[in-house]
Design a protein around this ligand. Structure first.
Ligand code: MG
Length: 263
């Protein structure tokens, strides 16, 4: 059974179903106190695929019509999600997460887009499971594409690198070892909403990881959350957000060569 069916059956089993509140907004009623583990499914683990190496040895140059979000120089296209300037360190052309400073986001908001982003776990990566090199790329600030060291690091399947967090695992696991760059090419179609705040058309994501399709026009179920099940919340255009994951490990994910094309 595929992940979405399991998720929907689990929602029914736990007494979660969409209803309407007085304001007409869709809401999930929960009859049981949720824990993070209730939305974590470990089987099957994504099969490992080794990517072709020649395609990922150097940054992939942006095409002529791309908007450059980070080219190694500065964070002028970004701001702190807490307000003010983005202050994650940029050293030798590489941007590295600083967990203490919180998430950063693009100053500009986007609808449909193609996003190219490269990320790397440090060679001295520490921790395990979700506390091993966890970051993430939030599309329109709402839908998290997981970034994690998924090289020999078992966790629940919709928590692997390239998962739609807690909704859909990657089709396969193409994650390079720590110290090597990974490439995500993300093609995103924004949702449209009814006036009642339901999806008229759902958001959809395709992801190519190191040259391999890991999400194939995946239809998202709602905003990605850690506790509970996906929630549909009405939103418009939004920023690309990079996550400073709150965990106690001192090793951090790095990014480079980020560009976007509006579609
Ligand atoms: Mg994350």
């Amino acid at each position: 059974m595929d992940q979405s069916k399991i998720l929907i059956l689990a929602m029914i089993g736990l007494g979660l179903f969409p209803t309407k509140n007085v304001s007409g907004q869709e809401k999930l009623h929960e009859t049981e106190k949720m824990t993070p583990a209730m939305s974590e499914f470990w089987d099957p683990q994504p099969e490992v695929v080794v990517p072709g190496k020649s395609s990922i040895s150097a940054p992939v140059p942006a095409p002529s019509d791309a908007e450059i979000l980070f080219d190694g120089k500065d964070l002028s296209q970004w701001e702190s999600a807490n307000g003010g300037e983005a202050q994650w360190p940029v050293v030798n052309g590489i941007l590295t997460v600083d967990k203490k400073l919180g998430n950063i986001r693009t100053k500009k908001s986007y609808g449909d887009f193609q996003l190219h982003i490269e990320w790397k776990e440090p060679e001295n990566i520490a921790g395990d499971g979700q506390s091993r090199g966890n970051s993430g790329i939030f599309l329109q600030g709402v839908y998290e594409i997981q970034v994690l060291d998924s090289y020999n690091n078992p966790t629940y399947n919709a928590g692997f690198a390239g998962s739609i967090y807690k909704q859909f695992p990657p089709l396969v696991n193409v994650t390079n070892p720590p110290g090597e760059w990974n490439i995500f090419d993300i093609i995103y179609t924004a949702p449209t909403f009814t006036k009642n705040g339901k999806y008229r058309t759902s958001p959809a994501v395709t992801i190519i990881h190191n040259g391999v399709v890991i999400q194939n026009h995946t239809i998202l179920l709602g905003a990605t959350v850690n506790v509970g099940f996906p929630r549909i919340k009405k939103h418009g255009n939004g920023p690309v957000v990079l996550q400073a994951h709150r965990d106690k490990t001192e090793t951090n994910v790095s990014y480079r060569n980020i560009w976007i094309r509006e579609l």
